[in-house]
Design a protein around this ligand. Sequence first.
Ligand SMILES: NC(=O)c1ccc[n+]([C@@H]2O[C@H](COP(=O)([O-])OP(=O)(O)OC[C@H]3O[C@@H](n4cnc5c(N)ncnc54)[C@H](OP(=O)(O)O)[C@@H]3O)[C@@H](O)[C@H]2O)c1
Length: 277
Amino acid sequence: MRFDGRAVLITGSTDGVGRRVAERLGAMGAHVLVHGRDKNRGKAVAEAIREAGGRATFYQADLSALAEVRQLADAVRQDHGRLDVLINNAGLGSGAARTRQTSADEHELLFAVNYLAGFLLTALLLPLLRAAAPARIVNVASAGQERIDFGDVMLTRNYSGGRAYRQSKLAQILFTMDLAETLGGSGVAVTCLHPSTFMDTTMVRQGGTTPLSTVDDGAEAILKLAVSPEMEGRTGLYFNVLREARADGQAYDPAARAKLRELSLKLTGLPADFAWV
Ligand SMILES: NC(=O)c1ccc[n+]([C@@H]2O[C@H](COP(=O)([O-])OP(=O)(O)OC[C@H]3O[C@@H](n4cnc5c(N)ncnc54)[C@H](OP(=O)(O)O)[C@@H]3O)[C@@H](O)[C@H]2O)c1
C-alpha cells in the first residue's frame, strides 16, 4: 500500500511499536513526523527512514509537560498546513512509575503522559486534520482498562502503577468515543485500539513480563486503523488488535465522557467552550 505525500505524526516513535509504525509509513511514501523526548534516538529514527528512501522529520517534546505539548503543536503547525493522520502512541507502562509520580503540571504522571498530552495535542492539531479531511486520529490504548474514579482522578489514594496505566488507557478510549461524536460529519475519523498483547518492547520488559507478541503484530493493527482503505469513514470504534471489540462499559457512558472532557479542558487550560469543529 502507498501513502505518498501524506503527512502522519506518530508520537512516541523513538522506540517500540511506534518506531516500527514510523518505519512502515516511511516505506509507504508518507512524510513521517517522528516524535520523541530523546533527541539522539529521534534523529536516528528519522535518518533511518530517509536512508531507506523515505521522508521524515523529527520533533522533540517531553509529553510530561503540557508546555512542551503546546510547543510540539506549534512546531508542527509552523511546518505543515495539513495533517492526514495523527497517531497518539507515546506512553509509559506501569513499571515506569511503581510509586506515584507527578508531571511538570502536578498531574499524576501516567494520566498526564498517556492521556492528557494526547488530548491537548489532538485539540491543537484539529485545524490541520480538518484541512486534510478525510483525515484520521488513532489513539493507541490497551485492553488493560480500569474505570476512572472521578472522585480521585489523580490517584492520591490506593495508587499502583497498574491502576494508573489502566485508568489512563480507558481515558484515551472515553476521549475517542466522545471526540468521534463531536467530529461527526467533519471528515475527521477517530478510533482507538489495543495493538497487541505484551509486545516485545521496553515498556513490557520494564514491567517484568515475558513478551507474547511482536512490534510487527502491533504495527499491523495500528496501520489498519491509520491508513487502510477499509477503515475509511469509520469512527468512534475500539479494536482489539485487528477486530472491532467492546471496551469497558464506562466508554459508552455519555455522562462519564462529558465529565472527562470538562476535566481535561480545565487541566490543559483550554476554554470550557473549546471549539472542536
Ligand atoms: N507493549 C505492549 O504490549 C502494549 C500493549 C497494549 C498497549 N500498548 C501501548 O502501545 C503504545 C506504545 O508502547 P510500546 O510498547 O511501544 O512502548 P515503548 O517501547 O516503551 O515506547 C514508548 C514510546 O513513548 C515514548 N515516551 C514515553 N514517555 C514519553 C514522554 N514523557 N514524552 C515523549 N515521549 C514519551 C518513548 O520515548 P523514549 O524512546 O524516550 O522512551 C517511546 O518512544 C503505548 O501507548 C502503550 O500503552 C503497548
